[in-house]
Ligand binder design. Structure first.
Ligand SMILES: *Cc1c(COP(=O)(O)O)cnc(C)c1O
Length: 432
């Protein structure tokens, strides 16, 4: 049973069958609703701000396929462009002009990117950029932050519990200690910790990698001065600064967090939005660094489907829609109404909560706050979040099934959708 009042018979049947076919019944873990309990609902179709499940229930969607659906699901212009591209074939494995078009758009938009390489996922972008950071600097250690997610490549899967924060112990069986031993971790928003790591490892740190606005530990923005401080420290120690903008790129501003906060890293990874719902990732940055990538330089990285014409097409169309005047103002307004509304309702109904939004990305933690890092985020009342999640689902609102995920809006979300969502939240929070 998923919920009391939703009819979900078909979802349950399909998910039961899926569990015999695929580990946990899913193709990616968080989809399985493990952290909120109950079973996932199985989607049938998506359009605009809405998703429909296989039992015919409709939901207002704040997951947006985990970020890409920023123009709204199945935007007609994107679908039309894809239909046309489809007629020319699904994969070339050779240069195509669409790659130039999307590369130019990315280079124009993102301050740090002078050259770009397309790959197929955010994971691939992050593992490739790390190889590049090491190749360029001739150093092996990196600094990442607790609670930041950079895909599932070995060297990023480091458990960063408070006591062993700098030991680099692997987070998953199968990840060798020798791989994660070079991954140093620090709490987000803690410049002092980063400074100490640089001092303890002189001349050994290739660079610092971070989500400039954290979305994978819930929504955690950088404190004033944090990004600038990292820029200064990396320069001082001749290390590279890498913004993982797989989530924030083209979401919190057209030029990403680096445009929003005015801090230019050396390298950047992208994904999600730039694929417009098809599988894409990218890494890019300073030309002198990017020139090291094969075949221009010696750092090897390749991909059979990279620069795929369908993925390039969906990305180009999505960015064309986003760069129309007013897009980000719209996202900011609609999302702020939602984020402020949720906080207000939590307050009125007597629940400790904190949160916020930047453009079309938002978060709500069931804790007094403030939340500056993952340790703070973990103080949230997870039981309460689970009940909130379930109550919202029953009322036709689809939220990410974890307290530690940011929420996403789109250009298709209307004031009326926000009103309905807030009304649902009022009912659920009053009953929590
Ligand atoms: C989603 C995400 C990734 C991984 O991207 P995939 O396409 O899922 O491999 C990496 N970094 C950040 C910040 C992400 O949000």
């Amino acid at each position: 049973m998923i919920t009391g009042s939703l009819k979900t018979t078909k979802s349950e049947e399909i998910f039961a069958a899926a569990q015999k076919l695929m580990p946990g019944g899913v193709s990616s873990p968080v989809r399985a609703f493990k952290s909120v309990g109950g079973q996932p609902i199985v989607f049938d179709r998506v359009k605009g701000a809405y998703v429909w499940d296989v039992d015919g229930n409709q939901y207002i969607d704040y997951v947006g396929t985990w970020g890409p659906a920023i123009c709204g699901h199945a935007h007609p212009d994107v679908l039309k462009a894809l239909h046309e591209a489809l007629e020319k074939g699904t994969s070339f494995g050779a240069p195509c002009v669409l790659e130039n078009t999307l590369a130019e758009m990315v280079i124009d938009a993102v301050p740090s990117i002078e050259m770009v390489r397309f790959v197929n996922s955010g994971t691939e972008a992050c593992m490739s950029v790390l190889r590049l950071m090491r190749a360029f600097t001739g150093r092996e250690k990196i600094i990442k932050f607790e609670g930041c997610y950079h895909g599932h490549a070995d060297m990023f899967l480091v458990k960063a519990g408070s006591g062993v924060a700098t030991l680099g112990l692997p987070d998953s069986p199968g990840v060798p200690k020798s791989t994660t031993g070079n991954t140093l971790t620090a709490p987000f928003n803690n410049l002092e910790a980063v400074k100490n790591l640089f001092e303890e490892n002189p001349g050994e740190i290739a660079g610092v990698i971070l989500e400039p606005v954290v979305g994978n530990a819930g929504f955690i923005p950088p404190d004033g001065g944090f990004l600038a401080g990292l820029r200064e420290l990396t320069r001082e120690h001749e290390a590279l600064l890498m913004f993982d903008e797989v989530m924030t790129g083209f979401r919190i501003a057209y030029g990403g967090a680096q445009e929003k906060f005015g801090i230019t890293p050396d390298l950047t990874t992208l994904g999600k939005v730039i694929g417009g719902g098809l599988p894409v990732g990218a890494y890019g940055g300073r030309k002198d660094i990017m020139q090291m990538v094969a075949p221009a330089g010696p750092m090897y990285q390749a991909g059979t489907l990279s620069g795929n014409p369908l993925a390039m097409t969906a990305g180009i169309k999505t960015l064309e829609i986003l760069r129309q005047p007013g897009s980000y103002e719209y996202l900011e307004n609609v999302t702020k109404r939602l984020a402020d509304g949720l906080l207000q309702i939590a307050k009125e109904t007597g629940h400790a909560a904190c949160g916020g939004n930047i453009s079309g990305m938002f978060g709500l933690f069931f804790t007094e706050g403030p939340v500056h890092n993952y340790e703070d985020a973990k103080k949230s009342d997870l039981q309460k979040f689970s009940r909130f999640h379930r109550g919202m689902l029953e009322r036709g609102v689809y939220l990410a099934p974890s307290q530690f995920e940011a929420g996403f809006t789109s250009l298709a979300h209307t004031d009326e959708d926000i009103d309905r969502t807030l009304q649902a939240a009022r009912e659920v929070m009053a009953a929590l």
